[in-house]
Design a binder for this molecule. Structure first.
Ligand SMILES: [Zn+2]
Ligand SMILES: [Zn+2]
Length: 616
C-alpha cells in the first residue's frame, strides 16, 4: 500500500502518515486534505513510500493541487529553510506558497509533471554560477530595470511589502504582461500566476515573500529589492530573511540574483567585501546639503533649533515640501548635556529602560543596574529617556507656521479608515511629521527639506543594529530631498559615523567602523544570534522554563548562552544564545525536549534565529 507523509502548518517537526486511496496518483510537493485532530486540514506531501498494509492508518481526504506546487528541488529547499529557521516544513509551505486553489482538483492527474526550472537545476552542470550582485548608490533601481530588460528569460521581482510589489509590477508592465504572486491580488490570480510561471506561459512576475519559491523556467533572474528591509523577515514562521532564501536558491539553481539597497544590511555588505557578492563602487547622485546641528548642552524647550526653524521658513516660502522625521519614544537613557548613552559595559548596546521598572536592563546579557543619578562621562545631572514625540513637534510647528498645512503620519500606528484619512492629509501637506514608513509618501528628490528632530532616539535603541537603522532612515530621507535642498540632523551625537556617511554620501564611512564594532563584540555577521522565548501558564513556571532552556543550551558545546531575563512583565522569559554558522543545528539538538510534543501545561518555547527587529 502507498503511504503519504504529510506535513501540516503546525509547530511540530514531524510529519503524519496516511494511506493513499487506491487509484490515486500523487507526487511529493502536492497538497492534500487529510484528517488531523478531528478536522480535515491542508497539508503538504513530503514523501510517498510503499509499505505493508496498516489498518490503523487513516486515508487522505482529497487532493488540493491538481499537480505538485513544489518541485523536488524546491521541496528540498523548503527542508533547508525549515532547518535554518527552526520552523516546521508544513508552516514553511503554508507561508511560502499561494493559497490552495478554490476549485476541487481531480485525484488522478493525467499528465506527467514537468518542472523546467528543476530540470535545469538538477542537470549535472558543475560550471560556477554567476555571483549574486548587490546594486547600491544612485540610480540602482534604474540599473536593475535595465538588467531586467536585458534578461534572457523569466524575471521575478521580490519586494518587502505589497505596495512596493505593486509599484514594481507597474514598472515591469512596459516590458510585457506581469503576473502578481502576492496577496495584493485575489487568491485565484495568485494561483493562476504560479501555474503560468511553471509552464512558461508568463515570464514577468512580482511578489513578496510568498513568491520566493515560485517556479521559474530557466534562464531566470530574481531581483530582491530593498535587501536591508526588516519587512523581508516578517513575524511568523519561517523566521528567515527573504535575502537568505534568495541567496540559497540562486546558488542551488544558478539563477541570476540581483539585490538592490540604498543601505545594505551589514551582513550583505560583508558578503560583498568578502567577494561572495559582486558590488560596483556606488555611483553618486544629486545630494542635498547636509547640516548636522550639535544639540549637546542645549536646554531644549523647543524641538526646532533656530537653524531648523529658518530652514523650514525658507523651504515653505519657496513652496517646497518639508519632512520632519520623528521616532517613537525610546526606552533607554541618555545624558542631555553630552549625549552619552548609558550602555552595557559588556555588550556595548544601550541599556533598556522599561518604564515599569526603576532599573536599566541589558536585553542581551540580562544584567541590570539602578538608574544612575549622573552621567559617567560629564557628571551632568540630566539623564532623560525622552526625545521629541510627534505630537510635541506638531504643536511647535503649528505655533511657528500657522498658515502651513501640517500633517502627522505614522503608517505603523494607524489602521483602517483613520489611516486612509491621515495618509491623504499627509500626501497634501506642506509639512509632514512622520516616522520612517512615512517616507514612502515622497518620491526621489520630492522634498525641499528633510530634518531629523532628535535622531538620538534611533541610536539609543537597545539593539546592536541601532546604527544600521539610523543610517537607513537618514540615507532614505536624503535621497528624497532635491539636490538643491537641505537635510538637517539635530543630534547630541553629531560625530556619529552614520550621520557622517550621510553627510558625505559615502557608505564606506559607515560600514568600516560598524564592521569593526560587530567583529569586536561578536555580533552578526561575525557570529549568529538567536532569541529563545519561553512561556508557561504562570510567572513561576515561566521562570522555571526559562532556567531549564538556558541550562539545556549551556550544556551544548559551541553556544554562548546569556542568563534568562523576564519579558512582558514576567509572562515570558528570553534567553539569548550566540553561535557560529551551525547555530540552528545546535539549537535544534539542545532544545528538542522542549519542541517535541508535550503537555501544554509545561509551557511553550519559540526560537528566533538571526533576529532583525527585537521586540521590546
Ligand atoms: Zn554626560
Ligand atoms: Zn549586556
Amino acid at each position: 500500500m502507498t503511504i503519504a507523509d504529510v506535513a501540516f502548518d503546525v509547530p511540530l517537526a514531524h510529519s503524519f502518515a496516511y494511506r493513499v486511496p487506491d487509484g490515486w496518483t500523487l507526487g511529493p510537493g502536492q497538497r492534500v486534505l487529510a484528517p488531523l485532530r478531528g478536522a480535515s486540514r491542508v497539508g503538504m506531501i513530503v514523501t510517498l513510500r510503499e509499505d505493508g498494509a496498516d489498518a490503523k492508518l487513516k486515508a487522505l481526504d482529497r487532493v488540493v493541487d491538481g499537480e505538485p506546487v513544489l518541485s523536488p528541488a524546491h521541496l528540498d529547499l523548503v527542508h533547508w529553510i525549515a532547518v535554518q529557521s527552526l520552523s516546521s516544513v508544513g508552516s514553511t509551505c503554508a507561508a511560502l506558497l499561494p493559497p490552495p486553489p478554490a476549485k476541487r482538483a481531480a485525484p488522478t492527474p493525467s499528465r506527467q509533471i514537468t518542472h523546467a526550472a528543476t530540470r535545469n537545476a538538477s542537470d549535472a552542470d558543475t560550471s560556477p554560477g554567476a555571483r549574486p550582485e548587490l546594486l547600491v548608490g544612485a540610480g540602482r533601481e534604474k540599473r536593475a530595470l535595465e538588467r531586467i530588460e536585458a534578461a534572457p528569460g523569466t524575471v521575478l521581482v521580490i519586494a518587502a511589502d505589497i505596495e512596493t510589489a505593486a509599484r514594481w509590477a507597474q514598472r515591469l508592465a512596459r516590458l510585457g504582461r506581469v503576473v502578481r504572486l502576492d496577496s495584493g491580488v485575489p487568491d485565484a490570480e495568485r494561483v493562476a500566476a504560479w501555474d503560468a510561471l511553471r509552464d512558461g506561459s508568463e515570464r514577468l512576475a512580482a511578489g513578496t515573500r510568498s513568491a520566493l519559491l515560485a517556479p521559474l523556467v530557466a534562464p531566470a533572474t530574481v531581483v530582491l529589492v530593498d535587501e536591508h528591509e526588516a519587512a523581508h523577515k516578517p513575524p511568523g514562521p519561517p523566521r528567515i530573511h527573504s535575502r537568505d532564501v534568495a541567496l540559497e536558491r540562486a546558488a542551488r539553481e544558478r539563477l541570476t540574483l540581483l539585490l538592490t539597497s540604498a543601505t545594505p544590511s551589514v551582513e550583505a555588505w560583508r558578503r560583498a567585501e568578502s567577494g561572495l557578492v559582486d558590488m560596483a563602487t556606488p555611483p553618486r547622485g544629486p545630494w542635498p546639503v547636509v547640516s548636522v546641528a550639535d544639540t549637546r548642552g542645549i536646554l531644549r524647550r523647543e524641538p526646532l533649533t533656530p537653524p531648523l526653524a529658518r530652514a523650514i521658513r525658507e523651504t515653505l516660502a519657496a513652496r517646497r515640501r518639508v519632512f520632519l522625521a520623528v521616532s517613537r519614544l525610546t526606552s533607554s537613557l541618555a545624558c542631555d548635556e553630552c549625549g552619552t548613552v548609558v550602555r552595557c559595559a559588556q555588550c556595548a548596546i544601550a541599556l533598556a529602560y522599561p518604564r515599569a521598572a526603576a532599573r536599566l536592563v541589558c536585553r542581551l546579557c540580562a544584567t541590570s543596574q539602578p538608574l544612575p543619578d549622573t552621567c559617567a562621562v560629564c557628571h551632568g545631572r540630566r539623564l532623560s529617556p525622552f526625545g521629541w514625540g510627534a505630537e510635541r513637534v506638531e504643536h511647535a510647528v503649528r505655533r511657528r507656521f500657522p498658515d502651513a498645512r501640517i500633517a502627522r503620519w505614522d503608517p505603523d500606528a494607524a489602521r483602517g479608515a483613520r489611516a486612509e484619512a491621515q495618509r491623504a492629509a499627509a500626501a497634501a501637506a506642506d509639512v509632514v511629521i512622520g516616522t520612517r514608513g512615512a517616507l514612502r509618501l515622497f518620491g526621489p528628490a520630492a522634498l525641499g527639506l528633510a530634518a531629523f528632530v532628535s535622531p538620538d532616539q534611533l541610536l539609543r535603541a537597545p539593539d546592536f543594529r541601532a546604527g544600521e537603522r539610523a543610517l537607513a532612515f537618514a540615507w532614505a530621507a536624503a535621497e528624497r530631498v532635491a539636490g538643491d535642498g537641505v537635510l538637517v540632523i539635530q543630534s547630541q551625537n553629531p560625530g556619529h559615523y552614520a550621520f557622517e556617511a550621510v553627510a558625505r554620501q559615502d557608505l564606506h564611512v559607515f560600514y568600516q567602523p560598524e564592521l569593526k564594532f560587530r567583529a569586536e563584540l561578536g555580533y552578526p555577521p561575525f557570529r549568529r544570534l538567536a532569541v529563545v522565548t519561553a512561556r508557561a501558564a504562570h510567572v513561576d513556571e515561566t521562570r522555571r522554563l526559562g532556567e531549564a532552556v538556558a541550562a539545556a543550551l549551556r550544556a551544548r558545546r559551541g553556544l554562548a548562552v546569556y542568563p534568562p531575563s523576564a519579558d512582558r512583565g514576567g509572562r515570558a522569559q528570553r534567553v539569548v544564545a550566540k553561535g557560529d554558522a551551525d547555530l540552528p543545528n545546535l539549537l535544534d539538538e539542545a532544545l528538542r525536549e522542549f519542541t517535541t510534543p508535550r503537555a501544554a501545561s509545561r509551557g511553550i518555547i519559540d526560537v528566533e534565529v538571526d533576529p532583525v527587529e527585537w521586540q521590546f
